[in-house]
Design a protein around this ligand. Structure first.
Ligand code: NAD
Length: 475
């Protein structure tokens, strides 16, 4: 078995208490990596190291160009170690290697590169005042950042938090998800190799409640908490943060609606809708898991959509041809399986889909599900999509918005006016028109309602990871 330690104050350390946990490859069912199980002591050490590096170390005081130079070296190392990083995520949680190698590794490097550039290049505000005074803004680093990540895009979502935090001169303690912990240690090793000073980027492994996650979010010496995960966990973290008045950014669950109008380009709508629900076996916060198709094209759409779902290659995630891997863990499989097993009981019909060996569920397309059924309202986080007809634009806007979640929606239409009109009326953080998951790192990213609090990306990340300061001068 391979070993991956905590990384605290520039050193990789293994368990001093002797407590460890393993990462299980969901395809083989075997434990492939062993990690130290951290607790309050490790969190205290890591936060103290991050505090020292912030108060006394060179990182926050370094010029932004110098930080960018070091972060760019880190990016090069991420790309050089792309195979190792991709395999780590694939073994930890079953993501097809073409996705982890072809998408997540370059996106991880891009996140670091983008935020280093952004910190260097974005101007601060200068505000000449009518009174003759002159005001300007300074973006001071916030301090010690606690970053808590989920398992579905391990390194990619970790970099989405760590990159802006580092680029703006903060120090970080990252807690990766217990189901996908290994790439975080590799990233921290590479950060040290790139010249990021000890104590600036720390990683502590462990669980959430009564463990590292809880200790980090309750820690009084943490200045920012950035969290991605379930909405229920977001509520707990929000309450912990409130006790210390720690600012918190929450990227939470979703129940993405995907609307196909009668004037859509059907081939494109089918291809994107397949990606929207079945990428990463549906384990995507943005997944288009509620598909609404105009009644007049429902049959034509379904015929192509089901054929495309059935054509997907399900299998060993380490094989380049594989499009659908196993679900990420036994626990998660059991959760998704309960949804699969209750499709008929809830009133739906599975047009296609089945349970495979091990932790596999094949792409499953469900019709006839009532709007108030659990499958239609709750985040399944697996390869199960419900397809429902609609008749009018107003009706479908109501259906999309009738959800406690509001992360994203997709709409397919060749009518430009309709696309803008509908996009404006949807209560979500992101609307994708005739596409899915296309990102501009400058754009706001986040959710409405139970899907989150705050926005990240570009200047939105700057606002969160800095203390903007106004300097007002009498001239
Ligand atoms: P989760 O909430 O179970 O866990 C996420 C992280 O929080 C893990 O590292 C976990 O150990 C930690 N944690 C759990 N309980 C905690 C506590 N009480 N205190 C502190 N930390 C705690 O989520 P998950 O199952 O790992 O991830 C899937 C969820 O993440 C889905 O709901 C998905 O929609 C959401 N997600 C959202 C986005 C987004 O950008 N909005 C992106 C990816 C995933």
């Amino acid at each position: 078995m391979e070993s991956f330690g905590h990384v605290i104050d520039g050193e990789e350390i293994f368990s001093e208490s002797g407590q460890t946990f393993t990462s299980i490859d969901p395809y083989t069912g075997e434990a492939w990596a062993e990690l130290p199980l951290g607790g309050t002591a490790e969190v205290d050490r890591a936060v103290a190291a991050a505090r020292r590096a912030f108060d006394e170390g060179p990182w926050p005081r370094m010029g932004r160009a110098e930080r960018r130079r070091i972060i760019n070296r880190f990016c090069e190392l991420i790309l050089e170690h792309g195979d190792e990083l991709a395999l780590a995520d694939t073994r930890d949680m079953g993501k097809p290697i073409t996705q982890s190698r072809g998408n997540d590794v370059p996106r991880t490097a891009d996140n670091f590169r983008f935020f280093a550039d952004h910190a260097l290049l974005t101007p601060a505000e200068a505000l000449p005042m009518d009174t003759g005074h002159h005001a300007y803004t300074r973006y001071e680093p916030a301090g010690v950042v606690a970053a808590i990540a989920p398992w579905n895009f391990p390194m990619m979502l970790e970099s989405w938090k760590v990159a802006p935090a580092l680029a703006w001169g903060n120090t970080v303690v990252l807690k990766p998800a217990e189901d996908s912990p290994t790439s975080a240690t590799i990233l921290a090793r590479l950060a040290l190799e790139a010249g990021i000073p000890p104590g600036v980027f720390n990683v502590v492994h462990g669980y959430g409640p009564d463990s590292v996650g809880e200790a980090l979010t309750r820690h009084p010496d943490v200045d920012r908490i950035t969290f991605t995960g379930e909405s229920t966990t977001g509520r707990i973290i929000s309450a912990a943060a409130a006790a210390n008045l720690t600012p918190v950014s929450l990227e939470l669950g979703g129940k993405g609606a995907n609307v196909v109008f009668e004037d859509a380009d059907l081939d494109k709508a089918v291809a994107w809708s397949i990606r929207a629900i079945f990428t990463n076996s549906g384990q995507v916060c943005l997944a288009g898991s509620r598909l609404y198709v105009h009644r007049s094209i429902l049959d034509a759409f379904l015929e192509r959509f089901v054929a495309a779902a059935e054509a997907m290659v399900v299998g060993d995630p380490k094989q380049p041809a594989t499009q659908i891997g196993p679900l990420s863990s036994q626990t998660h499989y059991e959760k998704v399986r309960r949804y699969f097993d209750t499709i008929e009981q809830e009133g739906g019909t599975a047009v296609t889909g089945s349970v495979g060996d091990g932790l596999f569920i094949h792409p499953t397309v469900v019709t006839g599900m009532p709007e108030d059924a659990r499958h239609q309202c709750e985040e399944i986080f697996g390869p199960i999509v419900t397809v429902s007809p609609f008749d009018t634009e107003a009706e479908v806007i109501g259906l999309v918005n009738d959800s406690p979640f509001g992360l994203n929606a997709m709409l397919f239409s060749e009518n430009l006016s309709r696309a803008h009109r509908v996009a404006a009326k949807l209560d979500v953080g992101t609307v994708w028109v005739n596409c899915f998951f296309i990102r501009d790192l400058r754009a706001p990213f986040g959710g409405v309602g139970d899907s989150g609090v705050g926005r990240e990306g570009g200047s939105y990340s700057r606002e969160f990871f800095t203390e903007p300061k106004a300097v007002v001068m009498q001239i």
